[in-house]
Design a protein around this ligand. Structure first.
Ligand SMILES: Nc1nc2c(ncn2[C@@H]2O[C@H](COP(=O)(O)OP(=O)(O)OP(=O)(O)O)[C@@H](O)[C@H]2O)c(=O)[nH]1
Ligand SMILES: [Mg+2]
Length: 202
């Protein structure tokens, strides 16, 4: 899929203010600092579309971007950021939960996982939560430029092994680096296929 246009629509903490759920939507979620905003910029080819920071906790709102005038990409705040206050964490958690419960146009949620880390229980818990809400997911390994090919293979195996403790089937998995711009075509093709498959079913 070619990205012709990518427009910022709205940033808010109130689900009611999100655009009407009348276009296919794809959300990006994962622990703080995992690279959600960077991935959105890499996919759209717009360097400063989503705001990035080396300090975790940069994205604190729900951010809708309209792509090719026909579908939404959504940048969400990260979970598991230790340094914010308990009440702020609870607010985010409630906001994210409400988001997932209300977006009837959500085609797939990409759960980003840092390829350099051992499988994290926070990620596994979050994946379970999405599963209980019947939300289709795909996994995205991020920052793979930081690993050698052999290390990446091991990391992928560990994550898959851990997931198979909870799930019978593995979700689709993408290997990406926003730094090296890798994994872009596969991910955009996946989105394209999801949108078109649904059109054919209409
Ligand atoms: N080496 C490398 N660094 C990356 C990659 N993607 C993101 N980063 C860096 O990781 C840091 C966090 O990136 P963000 O895109 O802001 O992460 P985020 O998940 O949106 O973070 P929050 O909004 O705080 O939840 C930044 O310093 C990025 O430059 C990547 O593919 N490779
Ligand atoms: Mg962010």
């Amino acid at each position: 899929m070619e990205i012709q246009t990518a427009e910022f629509i709205i940033s808010n903490t109130d689900i009611e203010k999100c655009p009407l759920p009348n276009k296919p939507e794809f959300a990006f979620i994962g622990r703080s600092n995992v690279g959600k905003s960077s991935l959105i910029n890499m996919l759209t080819g717009r360097k400063e579309l989503a705001k990035i920071s080396s300090t975790p906790g940069k994205t604190q709102t729900i951010n809708h971007f309209l792509i090719n005038k026909s579908w939404y990409l959504v940048d969400l705040p990260g979970y598991g950021y230790a340094s914010v206050s308990k009440s702020l964490k609870e607010n985010w958690s409630h906001m994210i939960d409400t988001y997932f419960k209300n977006r009837t146009n959500l085609y797939c949620t990409f759960v980003l996982i840092d390829s350099r880390l051992e499988p994290q229980e926070k990620d596994m818990e979050f994946i379970k939560r999405l599963g209980s809400l019947n939300i289709p997911i795909a996994l995205v390994l991020t920052k793979t430029d930081k690993l050698k090919q052999s290390e990446l293979g091991k990391s992928k195996n560990k994550i898959e092994k851990r997931l198979l403790k909870d799930w019978e089937e593995l979700p689709p998995l993408f290997i990406t680096s926003s730094e090296k711009k890798s994994g872009r075509t596969a991910l955009l093709d996946f989105i394209d296929t999801a949108i078109n498959a649904d059109r054919e079913n209409d």
